[in-house]
Ligand binder design. Structure first.
Ligand code: SF4
Ligand code: SF4
Length: 250
């Protein structure tokens, strides 16, 4: 497979991020879901969340953390029902593992809707990341700089970035991906529908296989070189061409 550290990379299998929507009220240039450059409104279905909860309970799955993110999650029209579904897992977790789940909610807090939602989160959400307009655009490292454009990619020595180990895999409206960035790259550029549909089918090999398609286009791959977070959009040839093909002006 060529991945450097399989034991560490396995961390992606016990941490999960829900990208419940790609809809957002902001358009940060280096958004790591590419919501700024490729605005889109793909909402996860309630049945996908229900499927996640059912499978997690059936598999007695221990999730180290669950992140509720996007896009701006408060824009999902069924966010209350999503919370209700997740509560089923949280109650199961408490009973099975005698502990509270770590459930974190990510919001840009930049609209009345987002602010109202933040004031009324269910109790089981025990952590919040609240980035307001001032810093939302500077939180991310450039995404649209493809390692293959700068000769910084060798498929035989795939070296996924820390995102994979720290945040874990992602469930979006299509299914499961190894990381949120891979999901966004497939959604906006590759369009290969690489998502694994069912949680029970997710394994180390099929997640790494997806990374072999996506890391080569992801600016976060430059992590070892210390890429800085930036407000300015940085973009390399492959992405420029894609924007041109899509007739997107930036
Ligand atoms: S607020 Fe977050 S999700 Fe929205 S465009 Fe900015 S970085 Fe992306
Ligand atoms: S380099 Fe990009 S696609 Fe690869 S693991 Fe990191 S965030 Fe995911």
């Amino acid at each position: 497979m060529g991945i450097v550290n399989p034991s560490r990379a396995a961390r992606m299998l016990n941490r999960i991020v829900f990208d419940v929507t790609y809809n957002c009220t902001l358009d940060c240039p280096n958004c790591n879901r590419l919501c700024g450059v490729f605005p889109r409104k793909n909402d996860i279905s309630l049945s996908k969340i229900k499927g996640f909860v059912d499978s997690s309970i059936e598999m007695k799955k221990y999730w180290v953390h669950i992140f509720i993110a996007g896009g701006e999650p408060s824009l999902h029209p069924e966010i209350d029902s999503i919370f209700k579904e997740l509560k089923r897992y949280v109650l199961f977790f408490k009973k099975e593992f005698k502990a509270n789940s770590i459930v974190k909610y990510f919001t840009n807090n930049h609209s009345k809707k987002a602010q109202d939602r933040l004031k009324n989160l269910p109790d089981f959400i025990n952590m919040v990341s609240n980035s307001d307009k001032k810093n939302a655009g500077t939180r991310f490292k450039p995404m649209l700089v493809a390692p293959i454009d700068l000769n910084f990619y060798d498929d035989n020595h795939l070296m996924p970035c820390q995102e994979l180990y720290n945040c874990g895999m992602t469930l979006n409206y299509k299914g499961y991906y190894p990381c949120a960035e891979a999901a966004a790259i497939d959604d906006t550029f590759l369009k290969k529908d690489m998502a694994i549909e069912k949680l029970a089918d997710v394994n180390f090999n099929n997640m790494v296989e997806i990374l072999h398609h996506t890391c080569r286009y992801c600016g976060h791959y430059f992590e070892p070189l210390g890429f800085k977070r930036s407000e300015k959009l940085m973009i390399s040839q492959t992405w420029k061409q894609h924007l041109k093909n899509m007739q997107i002006r930036i």
